[in-house]
Design a protein around this ligand. Sequence first.
Ligand SMILES: [Zn+2]
Length: 185
Amino acid sequence: MFKNTLRVFDTKLERQSVMVNQICLDNAYMACAYDLANHLSRSQKRKVGTVIVSRTNHIIGDGVNGMPPGDSNQLETPDGQTKLEVFCAEHNAFGKLATSPYSSEGATLYTTYSPCRQCTKQIIACKIARVVYAEEDTGNEHGSLDLLRRSGIRVERFINRVVNDDQMTRQDEGRMIDFDEDRYR
Ligand SMILES: [Zn+2]
């Protein structure tokens, strides 16, 4: 009985440690996606960055929204509409993924803006397991996030998560999980 209780405590601590680790990774990779967007995207309307991370924590694809190689750097028409030729950040990340030695199966895709319908299909085809997005395209009538969920992909909205030594709180799509290390001592 005592042994069993100890085992439960171990499991909780292990889970807590995994969660803290995952939050640190999420913060780092989303910061990376934002850095790419801010430094490399030439969009005047919305700069988007994407990073794909393998199950083994290797960055296997990254990209920003942009024009095809050799084209002008103008992503928008004079009246502010996004040109049809524009590649999504995810498209460009998938391009790099094609030359990566690591598998995309079980990978996580971080994106600063929720994916469009076409990229959603590609995410599913690449067997990506988890999508973390920062801002949602509320004008997306095609329900990309729902399609991802229906396909068994874990979808999470990224929110600033603070991790410190004493306590970590994670709010995930309205679900609040509190970790208090003292409870498990
Ligand atoms: Zn797209």
